[in-house]
Design a protein around this ligand. Structure first.
Ligand SMILES: Nc1ncnc2c1ncn2[C@@H]1O[C@H](COP(=O)(O)OP(=O)(O)OP(=O)(O)O)[C@@H](O)[C@H]1O
Length: 537
């Protein structure tokens, strides 16, 4: 019907056109021609023309709408493609019973895992829980943190400790710079590739270029699940590129956990995951490059050649770490339990800000979940006793590991050191013994040239000892730990003190309450730290 109407209109148009040009005879001829019958169903010529034109219009419209639809689809594809290559995951934590403790491996400190495997370890990938409720991710209070988190831009980058220049070793304390949200993205200028909505999807070629084909000279270190390379993107951004070992279920799991657990989170004290590469069997993670070693290297390793960390530097690193953990435990949902807090996973930038790294073992704890039962993984000396014994994991396991970290930073000792007399092998036990016998002044790392004020030392020790409480319920939350470390009140905030008094406090606490009145407050970290050197050589 429409076609006929169109044909009719066309006929009229043609006749009026011919009329317009003034040749009525021609118009009459044309009219006669158009009115002739054709062989096609006895239709008139004008009707056939109308049908043809109409069909043409319909075809054009269909092609146009097909084009529009395919454009829309291709706009969605980048987000979906990489995700579809990541194996599907559960939204909820799957509780996995530890059926049988079969192995436990201990070895020297570097990168040694205490691994207690369960029978069903071959189903490890099923145990991963790696979906974040993004709408909830950005709620919560992060006010204690100057580098507060915010929604991630397309490049997965927003506020960031800006100064990338490695000035070598900072010998003088520079006040923590403000971290403007306007810092240019380290991914700017790179070709647009598919996005997960937060980061950059690198090709293998990009990363080969960045790392000089993963050359040995660029190896920063090797962890349990892969090798980390120093690299530089084509836009000049320095990066750390973690190439996960192939053919390991755990590596695949680590990859998914890292990408999905921390890809979206943003905190000044968490190392930033800039992007990833999924190509064939390759699984590669690309991080911001943190240019000043890690805490383990500063306390026990190569970085000591640069000088020893001052008390203030140690407290700054610990405080940043505590804030990162408070953020993971208390500001996002589901909360993230890191599970492998240890000194080699605390990276340090040139202003001695700490950046917690290595989320490969992280577990997500969904809303309402008090714990998850899982196989025990972590590093010997840092693992909370209840987790080691039962596989019960919640955020208090991280609190325990953080307590060990504090003790390690105060004393400069390894969490477990078989080179020491038997009573000193286990750092936590030795510390408890020293504090119990009122010898807390003796535990400070002899390499710290300017000893910490007594009150500051006691505050740090008390905080650490509360964190390593064998009863996980008595351990403070990380938010409380931040307040304890920051507190101007000596050595713990009044309300915490009241709470502890009702529960019965340790000897440090009693001492501290006695001493509270007769010590001045000028030596609290933070009050004058801005003029302190971080390193003593
Ligand atoms: N973003 C980064 N910037 C700079 N160096 C990094 C970065 N990430 C990791 N590194 C360094 O790379 C090395 C290997 O790190 P990785 O986290 O893989 O292993 P690890 O922590 O030493 O061991 P494990 O796998 O047992 O946790 C470490 O020396 C670490 O300091």
């Amino acid at each position: 019907m429409i076609l006929l109407v169109q044909g009719c209109a066309l006929r009229k148009l043609l006749s009026s056109f011919t009329h317009f040009v003034g040749t009525e005879i021609m118009a009459a001829d044309l009219n006669a021609e158009l009115s002739k019958d054709t062989a096609i169903f006895n239709l008139k010529v004008w009707q056939v023309i109308g049908i043809v034109v109409g069909l043409f219009i319909v075809i054009i419209l269909s092609v146009l709408s097909l084009c529009l639809m395919s454009k829309k689809k291709s706009r969605r594809t980048p987000d979906k493609l990489p995700l579809s290559q990541i194996p599907t995951v559960s939204k909820e934590i799957k509780e996995v019973r530890v059926e049988q403790v079969s192995t436990s491996a201990f070895a020297p400190r570097d990168g040694i895992l205490l691994t207690i495997q369960d029978k069903s370890s071959d189903k490890e990938s099923d145990k991963v829980l790696v979906h974040l409720g993004m709408e909830k991710l950005y709620k919560g209070d992060n006010s204690s943190q100057s580098g507060s988190f915010h929604h991630v831009d397309r490049d997965g980058y927003g506020s960031q400790s800006g100064d990338e220049s490695n000035s070598g070793i900072a010998t003088v304390f520079k006040p923590s710079s403000s971290h403007p949200t306007t810092t240019p993205s380290p991914l700017s200028g790179l070709p647009e590739f598919s996005h997960l909505g937060w980061g950059h999807w690198f090709t293998l070629r990009d990363l080969e270029l960045a790392t000089n084909r993963f050359s040995k000279e660029n190896v920063l270190g090797e962890g349990g699940y892969g090798v980390v390379y120093r690299g530089r993107l084509i836009n000049g951004t320095p990066v750390a590129v973690k190439k996960l070992l192939n053919n390991l279920g755990q590596a695949e799991k680590e990859f998914r956990v890292e990408v999905e657990a921390i890809g979206h989170v943003r905190h000044k004290n968490l190392v930033r995951l800039l992007g990833y590469c999924i190509e064939g069997t390759h699984r590669i993670l690309v991080y911001e490059y943190v240019n000043n070693g890690n805490l383990e290297q500063w306390l026990h390793g190569a970085m000591r050649q640069q000088g020893y960390l001052t008390w203030e530097a140690r407290i700054k690193v610990l405080l940043g770490t505590a804030k990162a953990l408070a953020y993971l435990h208390e500001a996002i949902e589901p909360k993230v339990v890191h599970r492998d807090i240890k000194s080699s996973n605390i990276l340090i930038d040139d202003e001695f800000n700490s950046k917690v790294s290595d989320f490969g073992l992280a577990k997500l704890l969904g809303e309402g979940k008090s714990h998850v039962t899982t196989r025990v993984m972590g590093t010997f000396g840092y693992v909370a006793p209840e987790y080691a014994n039962t596989g019960l994991l919640n955020e208090k396991s991280d609190v325990y590991s953080f307590g060990v970290l504090v003790l390690e930073a105060i004393t400069g000792r390894d969490p477990v050191d078989y080179g020491r007399p038997t009573s000193e092998v286990n750092l936590v036990d030795w510390l408890k013994m020293m504090v119990g016998t009122r010898r807390s002044e003796e535990v400070v790392d002899p390499n710290i040239e300017v000893r910490p004020p007594t009150r500051a030392l006691k505050r740090a020790l008390l905080t650490a000892l509360r964190c390593v409480d064998p009863d996980h319920e008595k351990r403070p939350k990380m938010g409380q730990v931040v307040r304890m470390l920051e507190s101007e009140e000596y050595p713990i905030p009044r309300e915490d003190r009241r709470h502890r008094r009702t529960q019965g406090g340790g000897s440090i606490e009693m001492d501290s309450q006695r001493e509270n009145s007769d010590t001045d407050r000028s030596d609290c970290p933070g009050s004058r730290s801005e003029s302190k050197a971080y390193l003593r050589t």
